[in-house]
Design a protein around this ligand. Structure first.
Ligand code: PGA
Length: 248
């Protein structure tokens, strides 16, 4: 079975709605590619204009976060049903910036993953180690702990459809990309972990991205690795470089 590549931009806290529409128009001719899935994960306020702007193109829209409750007194939060109604297909969950700055833990992320599936969204679940953890030699233990906790009680049929993004924290926004061998080692270990929790066909189906300073110069080598099914791209997704990454 060959997995279809998925390359997602993570805009983070960038782009006003006006800027967002401009960027989508600028990227449109550059990101045309029918053989990969292209996703823009955008700030909440940009969702409605970006869904409108990508209509009729090969691009789908993702959110950068959501809350697990259905509705109610959670000031400032956005629920899964709101995203679905707005035309969102994917949602990034557990990005290291959410884990670090907003104290999101694995128990919370487990609830978010389940809610995303219940609503019909595809989660892009992030995991990754700090530089300190890598130097201590606990990277694979840490990643396995994150995956096992975040997917606790999630059925194989859902996991087969999801996306997992391996993003070493030391490589995010730093210009220090993991080597393709380092990235492949961890993405392969994630697939083994999925096989261990579920089964071989679920492990074969799940798509695993690499993220962390992906750019036009390193995308081809990273995405050429057998267990790397595309990328989650921050900084370079806001520039015309994203077109070169899509057409790596
Ligand atoms: P970067 O961000 O590509 O700017 O390193 C990746 C991410 O945080 O998803």
């Amino acid at each position: 079975m060959s997995r279809r590549k998925i390359i997602a931009g993570n805009w983070k806290m960038n782009m006003t709605p006006t800027e967002a529409k401009k960027l989508v128009a600028e990227l449109e001719p550059l990101v045309k590619n029918d053989s990969v899935d292209v996703v823009y994960c955008v700030p909440a306020i940009d969702i409605v204009p970006v869904v409108e702007a990508v209509k009729g193109t090969n691009v789908q829209v993702g959110a950068e976060n959501m809350y697990f409750e259905d509705k109610g007194a959670y000031t400032g939060e956005i629920c899964a049903a709101m995203l679905v109604d707005a035309g969102v297909k994917y949602v990034i969950l557990g990005h290291s910036e959410r884990r670090e700055y907003f104290k999101e833990d694995d128990a919370l992320l487990n609830k978010k993953v389940k809610k995303a599936f219940e609503a019909g969204l595809t989660p892009i679940l992030c995991c990754g180690e700090t530089l300190e953890q890598r130097e201590m030699g606990v990277t694979l233990d840490w990643i396995r702990l994150q995956i096992k906790s975040d997917l606790d009680g999630v059925p194989a049929s859902d996991v087969a459809k999801m996306v997992i993004a391996y993003e070493p924290i030391w490589a995010i926004g730093t210009g220090k990309t993991a080597t393709s061998d380092q990235a492949e080692e961890v993405c392969g270990a994630i697939r083994e972990c999925i096989e261990e929790i579920y089964d071989a066909s679920t492990a074969e189906a799940v798509r695993i991205q690499y993220g962390g300073s992906v750019n036009a110069g390193n995308a081809a080598e990273l995405f050429g690795k057998p267990d790397i099914d595309g990328g989650l791209v921050g900084g370079a997704s806001l520039k015309t470089d994203f077109g070169s990454i899509i057409n790596y």
